[in-house]
Ligand binder design. Sequence first.
Ligand code: ADP
Ligand code: MG
Length: 626
Amino acid sequence: MSDKPERHEFQAEVRQLLDLMVHSLYSDKDIFLRELISNASDALDKRRFEALTQTELAADELGITLTADAEARTLTIADTGIGMSRDEVVKNIGTIAKSGTKEFLAALGTTAETKRPELIGQFGVGFYSAFMVADRIELVTRRAGTSDPAHAVKWVSTGDGAYTIEDATRDHAGTTITLHLKPADAEHGMRDYATDAVLRDIVKKYSDFVSYPIKLGDDTLNSMKAIWDRPKAEVSEQEYKDFYRHIAHDWTDPLRTIPIRMEGTIEAYALLYIPSKAPFDLYSHEMKRGVQLYVKRVFVMDECKELMPPHLRFVKGVVDAHDLSLNVSREILQKDRQIAVIRKQLVKKVFATLEEVKRDKFEEEYLELWAQFGPVLKEGLAQYEAQDKDKLLELVIAHSTHEGSKLVSLDDYVGRMKEGQDAIYFLNAPSLEAAKKSPLLETFRAKGYEVLLFSDPIDEFWLEQAPKFKDKQLVSIGRGDVALGTEEEREKTKAEIDEKQKELGDLLAALRVSLADDVKEVRLSSRLTTSAACLVADEHDLSPRLQKMLERAGQTMPQTKPVLELNPNHALVGKLKSVFAESPADPRVPLFAKLLLGQAHLADSGQLPDPAGFSEALADVMLRAV
Ligand code: ADP
Ligand code: MG
């Protein structure tokens, strides 16, 4: 052992990194403190762990102390953690072994010079980030377990490619890091880190839940109250609620609290909440997504969207992944296998909870939950690549023709399906009122088939994808042909329609010509019992509503027209037939055609595409009638 400072060159990679830190243009330099406190907390964890078997290590009170000296412009971060031996200092601080930093350097190589500062924010890069704010760093450390105070080491560097290391004394085990601060420079994101208020602010933001006290003078700056890794039985309902308020900024109580522990190959703790009310910005792009990521109680990022799919974005909470590096970037998160495993677990638990609410508290809670978050859950069904579709379908509830105002699930529906029925029938309409009054329901009602009624805009999108629930196809009653009843009945209906079609062939052809600008086809229908006409979408066409929505969203589409279906048994159609038979050129034929189409539009959406034209035709017909 020598008492003269020994000069060491940094490893080449470290030099590269230091150079970047010293000249850093990264605008949020506060993160250096998060990094140093996290190192201290790790060191304290190690000491606590070793003390379990080596009781002589248990002596000191475990904690972190910050000391700011405004005059000397120094900030000191001291911990009573495990400390380092001389060899450990050389190895840990002088070289780069961590994978996170290696990835950082790899990213550095492929990033344009001007974009490099941002990388620091994404990766953090540990101890070295202190060189963003300090032009000289001294570290004095003594490994726990050595009884001689002279067994301490002092490491000093100005970040210029070399450091010195020498013997030192330290009364207790642990590490003290003294930063000689650069001048504050608000313009470049450098606050005055020798100011108590600034330190308080940063600790609150990044290190509030670190489980050791972080002291500044007599004050403890952090709450230490991370409740996510405490056993459920030890946490009161009130504590869970308070924590929800803290992270969600929501003053209503959450509907459900879901503590999750993962131990084994992956160690992670999570505390998730299902809110009872949707936030006002649930459908805004700017909405704050709900899950925060911590690594061993140190805050890493807000809105970690890698942990929760968009259709569960209303779930709030924290996830603490113990094996992740603090320096994790979004890019890494996206590919990280651990994150994928954790996310899967979280999603599973959330679904289990939603299913439980639906099963056990349908009236009391699920109806409201669905009102708040149903449309968001249905977004998952509309997303081609989304997973969980079967689970989402289990959660879906909708109005139905079965019982006026009650919402029913697909399971309820399937349980009531008629003998021989192989599809789940639904109707999509602009509003529930329009759905209930739709002429498309007539035959279904008459024959006793239940129809689900959807009216959320999002319904157009997911139902359009022809989903299946438990092998049963969901079929729109407003599209293509419908055939109800037994094989025999279907054939009979078809034969009747074919017969009538022949009978009315010339009239239908004339109507097709007269309405060519507005409809794709005019044909007879077996859907109607009391109404004269209805509109449907052709088998493979987009529904008219979806088309309108996509157009409004700025997409240009080939114009598809609806099909006009007429009820062959309706008196109006009969009347039209005889007028046409008498004189195919009768001016009333195109007028009737226009009015029938208008009626069909009104029944479909409550709106007329051409109100003036409809009025005119109506006035004309009235004049002829009197
Ligand atoms: P990381 O924390 O991701 O390993 P850092 O650059 O932050 O990377 O720290 C490098 C290493 O230096 C740590 O892994 C640890 O071994 C050592 N170290 C840093 N600070 C302390 C400390 N306060 N007490 C003990 N060891 C420390
Ligand atoms: Mg670290």
